[in-house]
Design a protein around this ligand. Structure first.
Ligand SMILES: [Zn+2]
Length: 138
């Protein structure tokens, strides 16, 4: 998973920031898709000659909006899920950890179904840079 490599090389905080930026770019894309959809409705209603163009714009807008919304929701969900677990349980330091191991396979006690659907059961074993405590982010 490319996200794991980005967390390892740039740190969790920077990855999280970029994830939110990318996520909101998909939100802008969704909005543009909705504008395309509404434009298609407007053009299709003008008469028989522009109906084909209007329907094509409507379908294109629908496809862009649906895909963008799905990406936006997915990226935000992954970022929030990992962000919620980025605090050291021992000293409460936020995002001050390094990844000492990770896995694409589910943990024996079961992983998170949302992340499993997206990344095959991604888990990270994190070690706090402040106090050395270890915990699992899944
Ligand atoms: Zn700690």
């Amino acid at each position: 998973m490319a996200a794991l490599q980005r967390i390892q090389t740039h740190g969790f905080r920077r990855w999280y920031e970029r994830q939110l930026i990318e996520c909101h770019a998909w939100l802008v894309s969704w909005f543009l898709g909705v504008i395309l959809l509404v434009s298609g409705l407007e053009i299709a209603g003008r008469g028989a000659s522009s109906r084909v163009l209007g329907v094509a714009l409507l379908l294109a807008g629908l496809a862009v909006a649906a895909f963008s919304w799905k990406r936006y929701h997915l990226l935000l969900e992954v970022a929030e899920r990992l962000g919620e677990q980025a605090t050291c349980p021992a000293c409460n330091a936020y995002s001050k950890f390094k990844i000492i191991s990770s896995g694409p396979a589910p943990l024996p006690d079961g992983g998170d179904p949302v992340l499993e659907n997206q990344g095959g059961g991604v888990w990270l074993r994190a070690q706090c840079r402040k106090c050395g405590d270890e915990w699992v982010i899944k």
